[in-house]
Design a protein around this ligand. Structure first.
Ligand code: SF4
Length: 739
């Protein structure tokens, strides 16, 4: 036996690239290349994917559980978890245990399938995730407009002729809330076929440099800009009453009335965008044959995150581009049944104890987790479960949360590393290596710019006795329930209830059939694979358990399409998606309309556009804090610098390489200055995910390349009130040369 080749999906970002791995006899990943036969990524790979072998074989990766800092057996570790959680629940009640689910969980098959079981088993209302430091505003906006917070339109990159992008930098991020391998290549193709790309951003990013036009905008003012575009479309009679949307949109007149106060001339000072540019942008958008507006993290992590996310899709509707080829379209993931009965979206079913912030999507804002841990009283959070996140670095005012974590009575983390967060955990449960882990992108294929499915079985077997990631989560759910039941029963229960519902719903491909008969037809693999098989067979491309014999099953996907299956370009599917109470698109939902008052007041506030503000930054070789222990990705020059305009550098008397002290209400940080005219005057930028200089971690490479933590200065008190999302862009700061 010599080297062998195996194929799998890259789990490191949202782009869903196929990878070709070369492994030696011992199962070590020696080389990683793009999978040329993957029909979606066609061989594309970025520097992160190419280092998957280093991540997989990282000697700092934990191989066994830690209990009180000491290596322990799995049974011992789970018994410690059961005991720790049970004691807190017995003393303080179920809400005393909080759960934090980090971003990597969305990049696995086990996270979406088992994460909610942990929360349900606990019965806690204290669920926090990375979503409220990222994309929650988009969920809220789509929930209000379309009735489903997961119905997020994505730009139809491969067919659009005009792309207006705000707060997105896919040349560094490889795309987000729009899964598209080789996003850069797809952008270049828009231009090659005669289309236009406009980027609106406070920095001239690499994406902006590739675009036809870059519009500098003052951070935090996108909602003014977007409102002015809406205003112009109405004022210049450019609103298209698209035939396919006729009779399916509520609120057009209300929206027109709301936009009256936001003429381009009224917002030019606040945004820094000349009125003529705003008017031309609106006209070009309206005139384009096929256009899409796309906003990403820069628009979400602002004080008006939900308004921005709403207005992006308002523009897609007003220009007739929603749900049409070349516009903004809804992906149709292969694993999600289209016949599901969905309840219309609502928020604030409960509120956070300390600040009274509304629940959204079943969770509370991570910006208030420290409040809930630190503030005494009934319902105080005393224990925490973290699953694949590092909030001690990634939460706003992370230093405060870091201190709060140290005071918990009990904490358990599922994580491969002893990092800035998990160093506080009493028990750490490490998942297996990526090569030992199966993959199917449940969360991200719902955001892909083509319908696509790929299943990657583990390429290296698990050692005896080593639980898979799914088994870890299932056992954690059992431990959280305070029992010592069989984790396999969790899957059985979910399979049974899903099939029972499916046979009862008219319109389902298995309506009227016997659940037991369907159960026997499932894949013969692991319980996780059986659940995935069930989802695919009930999905829009599935075999309907024999009703569509040529349809998809997991067996077929695995054996006939080992490089993935292209299910075609996005298709119009508004009827499948809409689940508002009215059955129409709510163009002017009352919640968003009411929040426009806040926007109007800010426009009248002459101080709104003054002072220095901080924004974030993304680099191609970095992904949050996950990859800073990979030597190939951190070597070379320091990227964790403070970018500032040369005029600002001169004003405070610093040159390249000097140290600048950045101070906000929440705290201060010192960073190395990088003057550059690619950033607006009055704006400074630090990348996120850094700050690996805390004691008690076991990430040797990251510790040597610690960087500084941007969340030392972001403010947990500042949120977008509709979504609870943290404000990580447009943070007011002062600068001074550090002595
Ligand atoms: S772009 Fe994303 S999915 Fe593709 S190889 Fe890079 S990290 Fe992996």
């Amino acid at each position: 036996m010599g080297d062998r080749t195996a194929f799998r999906t890259c789990p490191l970002c949202e782009a869903l690239c196929g990878l070709e791995l070369t492994l030696d006899e011992a199962g070590t990943v020696k080389r990683v290349r793009g999978d040329e036969k993957d029909p979606f990524s066609k061989g594309f790979i970025c520097p992160k994917g190419a280092t998957l072998g280093s991540l997989d074989g990282d000697p700092d990766r934990l191989a066994e559980p830690l209990v009180a800092g000491e290596t322990a057996g799995w049974d011992e570790a789970f018994e410690a978890v059961r005991r720790g959680l049970s004691e807190v629940v017995a003393r303080h009640g179920r809400d005393a245990v909080a759960v934090y689910i980090g971003n990597p969980t969305a990049h696995s098959i086990a996270g979406p399938l088992y994460g909610s079981a942990v929360v349900k088993a606990l019965g806690t209302r204290n669920l926090y995730t990375a979503s409220t430091a990222d994309q929650m505003p988009k969920h809220v906006a789509c929930g209000h407009m379309f009735g489903d917070p997961l119905a997020i339109p994505v730009p139809d990159l491969d067919r659009t002729g005009h792309l207006l992008m705000l707060g997105a930098n896919p040349l560094e991020s490889n795309g987000s809330l729009a899964s598209a391998p080789d996003f850069p290549g797809r952008l270049k193709a828009i231009r090659a076929r005669g289309g236009k790309i406009t980027v609106v951003d406070p920095r001239r990013t690499r994406t902006a440099a590739l675009a036809d036009e870059h519009v500098f905008i003052r951070p935090g003012t996108d909602a003014f800009f977007l409102m002015a575009l809406v205003h112009t479309l109405f004022a210049e009679d450019l609103v298209k009453t698209a035939e396919h949307l006729a009779g399916r949109v509520n609120g057009l007149d209300d929206l027109r009335a709301l936009a009256v106060d936001f003429a381009p001339e009224d917002v030019a000072d606040a945004t820094g965008v000349p009125a003529a540019v705003i008017r031309r942008t609106a006209r070009e958008l309206a005139a384009a044959d096929r256009a899409a507006v796309y906003g990403r993290i820069g628009t979400c992590t602002q004080a008006y995150g939900t308004l921005n996310s709403w207005l992006v899709d308002v523009l897609n509707v007003l220009t007739g581009n929603l749900d049409r080829p070349g516009g903004a379209m809804f992906p149709r993931p292969a694993h999600a049944p289209v016949y599901r009965r969905k309840k219309p979206f609502t928020t604030a079913r409960w509120r956070s104890r300390v600040r009274g912030l509304p629940e959204v999507n079943g969770e509370l804002p991570v910006a208030t987790l420290a409040d809930e841990i630190e503030t005494p009283g009934e319902g105080q959070v005393r224990a925490l479960i973290t699953i694949g996140g590092n909030p001690a670095l990634s939460a706003p005012n992370a230093a405060r949360l870091d201190r709060a974590l140290a005071g918990l009575e009990f904490m358990v983390s599922i994580d491969p590393y002893l990092n800035e967060t998990t160093r506080h955990a009493h028990v750490v449960l490490p998942p297996p290596r990526p090569a030992q882990t199966p993959h199917y992108d449940i969360a991200l294929t719902g955001l892909a710019v083509r319908d696509y499915a790929r299943y990657s079985p583990p390429v290296v077997p698990l050692p005896d006795g080593r639980p898979s990631e799914a088994e870890l989560l299932a056992r954690l759910a059992v431990a959280a329930s305070g029992t010592d039941g069989d984790p396999a029963l969790l899957d059985e229960m979910i399979i049974k209830s899903t099939l029972a519902k499916a046979v009862a719903i008219p319109g389902s491909p298995v309506h009227g059939r016997e659940p037991d008969e369907l159960r026997k037809m499932l894949d013969t693999g692991t319980l996780t694979e059986q659940r995935l098989d069930m989802m695919l067979r009930l999905g829009p491309y599935g075999d309907g358990f024999g009703a569509e014999p040529a349809g998809l099953t997991l067996t077929r996907l695995r054996t006939e399409h080992p490089h993935g299956l292209d299910l075609g370009a996005l298709k119009p599917r508004l009827d499948e998606v809409l689940c508002t109470t009215s059955g129409r698109i709510e163009l002017c939902p009352s919640t968003c309309a009411a929040d426009v008052d806040r926007l109007r007041s800010a426009l009248r506030d002459p101080g709104a556009s003054g002072g220095t503000v901080l924004i974030g930054r993304r680099h191609l070789r970095s992904n949050n804090s996950w990859l800073h222990n990979v030597p190939e990705l951190v070597r070379g020059s320091n990227t964790c610098t403070l970018q500032l305009n040369p005029a600002d550098a001169e004003r405070i008397g610093v040159a390249a390489g000097d140290t600048v002290r950045v101070t906000s209400r929440a705290g201060a940080v010192e960073a190395v200055a990088e003057p550059t005219d690619t950033i607006m005057a009055g704006v400074v930028s630090l990348p996120h995910g850094w700050g690996h200089d805390r004691p008690g971690t076991r990430t040797r490479v990251a510790s040597r390349h610690a960087g500084v933590n941007v969340n030392a200065v972001t403010d947990e008190q500042e949120i977008d009130p509709l979504s609870g999302n943290a404000v990580l862009n447009g943070v007011p700061v002062t600068l001074e040369a550090a002595r």
